[in-house]
Design a binder for this molecule. Structure first.
Ligand code: UT7
Length: 331
């Protein structure tokens, strides 16, 4: 039976640092409020003259391929997770494919928001285990900043999100107990409208008409409700991954949660009674980058030497949909 190994991981964040003090100038908020409620101190915003969802992904992918010791020609499939694609269609996967000169291979775009990277990893794992592909690029890339409402009305959403990209090369391996041990995917559409952007929705009679000037184009989030569901689902899906592999939480070397809100991560740490230092957080520097947050955090943790061969790494995500997911990996 084939196994899927994350052979290389990379990330890219735009240069422009936007601090809480910068946001104070645009809306009625404060550094103290943002830090207390979210833990975020700064985030990155793209430069529209040079950064796109696809080209940020390319930069992250190049780093991941270098670290994996593979070249563009070795990649045989792309799974691209984003809710902020360059165009309405086609998806950003084909744009990145073109940039990296991988013409001809399949490129699949998925839009599972904050859970997108873990969903993508699960897809890659199945294709590799089935023997269909050998090297798959799994991407999470987002430009949230251009869709935020930088005013008092949109402040609860605007202070949270940031831009960035992460990428993983998932590779076929044989005769090893390393690799992705299991993935667990969930969704509950009951809450679809609790965290969403409505327009330009195809159900509109004229989707590019008046609605485009209305509030439906801006992200809506029922923050309190999202928070309450997040803390429950994160713990559940981590526990599910451990049980599926007959493992104990003490065996987790590093838990990389989707960087939704530092308070959510701290809540999970306390609720699950995890050892200090097991939960990786970098939301302080990058905000919530939706599908990109897990691969950015994983790449950073790897650079710091916190992810080593044979370590048990747990990835967990929760977000719009609601969707939630986990992956347990022996690195
Ligand atoms: O990645 C996708 C998943 N998303 C999440 O996981 C986000 C989950 N939710 C959250 O992180 C939190 O709900 C927020 C950070 C969005 C909000 O924090 P909260 O502690 O739930 O605040 P709240 O919405 O209950 O609002 C408390 C107060 C309100 O004022 P009043 O009504 O008490 O006077 C808000 O108007 O804080 C006010 N407020 C702000 N004040 C300053 C809301 N946003 C801001 C702001 N600056 N940016």
């Amino acid at each position: 039976m084939y196994k899927s190994i994350i052979k290389g991981i990379g990330h890219y964040v735009p240069e422009r640092v936007v601090t809480n003090a910068d946001l104070e100038k645009l809306m009625d908020t404060s550094d103290a409020w943002i830090i207390e409620r979210t833990g975020i101190r700064e985030r990155r915003y793209f430069d529209h003259t040079k950064d796109t969802t696809a080209n940020m992904a390319s930069r992250a992918a190049i780093m991941a391929m270098e670290r994996a010791g593979v070249e563009s020609k070795d990649i045989d499939f792309i799974v691209f997770a984003t809710i902020t694609p360059d165009y309405m269609f086609p998806g950003s996967g084909v744009l990145m494919q073109r940039e990296l000169g991988m013409l001809g291979i399949g490129a699949l775009d998925i839009r599972n928001a904050c859970s997108g990277f873990v969903y993508g990893l699960s897809i890659a794992d199945q294709y590799i285990k089935s023997g269909m592909y050998k090297n798959i690029l799994v991407i999470g890339s987002e430009i949230q900043s251009s869709g935020l409402e930088h005013n008092d009305e949109g402040r609860n959403v605007a202070v949270i999100f940031g831009d960035g990209a992460g990428a993983a090369v998932v590779q076929r391996a044989e005769n090893t107990d390393r690799g992705i041990l299991s993935t667990h995917l969930h969704a509950d559409g009951t809450f679809a409208e609790e965290l969403y952007v409505k327009d330009p929705g195809s159900s509109r009679a004229d989707r590019y008409g008046e609605a485009m000037q209305g509030p439906g184009t801006k992200p809506y989030m029922n923050g309190n409700l999202v928070f309450k569901h997040a803390v429950v689902r994160f713990s559940e899906v981590i526990q599910e991954a451990l049980e599926a592999n007959q493992m104990d939480k003490e065996q987790i070397k590093l838990l990389v949660p989707h960087q939704a809100n530092l308070r959510i991560s701290q809540f999970i740490e306390q609720k699950m009674k995890l050892r200090e230092g097991v939960v990786y957080n970098n939301i302080q520097k990058f905000g919530n980058t939706t599908a990109a947050s897990i691969p950015i955090a994983l790449s950073e943790a790897w650079e710091k030497g916190q992810v080593k061969e044979n370590d048990i790494i747990c990835l967990a995500a929760f977000g719009s949909g609601f969707t939630w997911a986990s992956a347990l990996i022996r690195w």
